[in-house]
Design a protein around this ligand. Structure first.
Ligand SMILES: Cc1cc2nc3c(=O)[nH]c(=O)nc-3n(C[C@H](O)[C@H](O)[C@H](O)COP(=O)(O)O)c2cc1C
Length: 325
């Protein structure tokens, strides 16, 4: 469970998956507060970073307490990817991660993200160009393959290793699958058997126990938690407790859910201003409260709120109602 990415060492190798629209600075900090050992940024367009960096300043914001932190870029031009990595290194990120898994048509239609898996030779060029351009470690996040007929993650991961990439994360679904079906943990095990660099398993960890199960099943050096962390940064403290001594902490009480959601909103406001933050908070708030009775009606109210004060009133009233029930 020791994960070494170049000179970065984390134990146990549990990480927050990169998630566009979710893993900005506020959420990463909440995950870190729950002990998440390794953080990734949301994906950032390599071209966007080079040619329109001011638009990306919110995405690039991070703080010392988040270290070690990796920033992820997507794109398909080796020279552009390399220059973007240099820019990230200059900002002081601990490592640069390359996105070779995004299934979103807006990304794949340009040959970026998961579409790169259809062109292994280009993958090798990108790996080499980026590895040569920076001194910090470079990692890669892959899917199983483009579709069920072209499962080539072992080949692409070997190319990564050969090019000097320091670790690979594998999401056990094909690009065509999107998020449907279940993640294939056997393919993650196969990548681990085939490589000497560290392998991080990803896909369908939805509890502390399943984090442990992925380590055992895949023999991987690290695991990466995505969707199950949304509105639930406590999954990291629970997974750490489970892996350490098979203990499962109590889930957070409703007051803590509400306080954490409000802290998340405050940080989003500081970063992006109230108007944008209120809009972005809608999805986060829905995840924080999703397991509570009456959440659907409260979600609708939050969706209509236009200020911090209004959102706070709705959440505190919800909390009072639940505690008085
Ligand atoms: C809303 C959302 C945004 C995502 N954005 C990214 C991203 O920016 N980069 C990336 O490599 N993967 C992205 N992913 C994929 C996740 O990192 C992860 O591979 C996937 O959700 C499977 O892991 P899970 O089953 O733990 O959620 C995203 C997933 C979701 C749900």
């Amino acid at each position: 469970m020791l994960l070494k990415i170049g000179s970065i060492t984390v134990r146990p190798g549990i990480s927050l998956a990169p998630m566009a629209g979710i893993t900005g600075y506020p959420f990463r900090l909440l995950a870190k507060e729950q002990g998440c050992p390794l953080l990734y940024s949301e994906m950032i367009s390599a071209r966007g970073l080079l040619y329109n960096s001011r638009r990306h300043c919110h995405l690039l914001y991070f703080t010392e307490e988040e270290r070690p932190i990796g920033f992820q870029i997507f794109g398909s031009e080796p020279a552009v990817m390399a220059k973007a990595a240099v820019q990230l290194e200059a900002l002081g990120v601990d490592f640069v991660d390359l996105n070779l898994g995004c299934p979103t048509p807006k990304v794949t239609r340009n040959g970026d993200g998961g579409a790169l898996l259809r062109n292994p030779a280009l993958c090798s060029e990108i790996f080499k160009a980026v590895s040569r351009a920076v001194t910090c470690p470079v990692t890669v996040k892959l899917r199983k393959g483009w579709d069920a007929h072209s499962v080539n993650v072992v080949d692409v991961a070997l190319r990564a290793e050969e090019a000097g990439i320091k670790a690979v994360a594998v999401h056990g679904r094909t690009v065509e699958q999107g998020y449907s079906g279940s993640a294939d943990w056997d393919i993650i095990a196969k990548v681990k058997e085939s490589l000497s660099i560290p392998v991080i398993g990803n896909g369908d960890i939805n509890s502390p126990q399943s984090a442990g199960a992925m380590f055992s099943h895949c023999g991987c050096d690290g695991v990466m938690i995505g969707r199950a962390a949304r509105g639930n940064p406590w999954i990291f403290s629970s997974a750490l407790a489970w892996l350490k001594n098979n203990e499962l902490p109590e889930p957070p009480p409703v007051e803590q859910l509400v306080e954490t959601a409000l802290k998340h909103l405050s940080m989003l406001i500081d970063l992006k201003g109230e108007r944008v933050a209120i809009r972005e908070m809608r999805q986060h708030a829905a995840y924080y409260i999703k397991s509570l009775p009456g959440a659907a009606a409260v979600r609708q109210k939050i969706n209509r709120a236009s200020s911090y004060q209004e959102t706070e009133n709705i959440l505190r009233e919800f909390c009072r109602c639940l505690l008085n029930d």
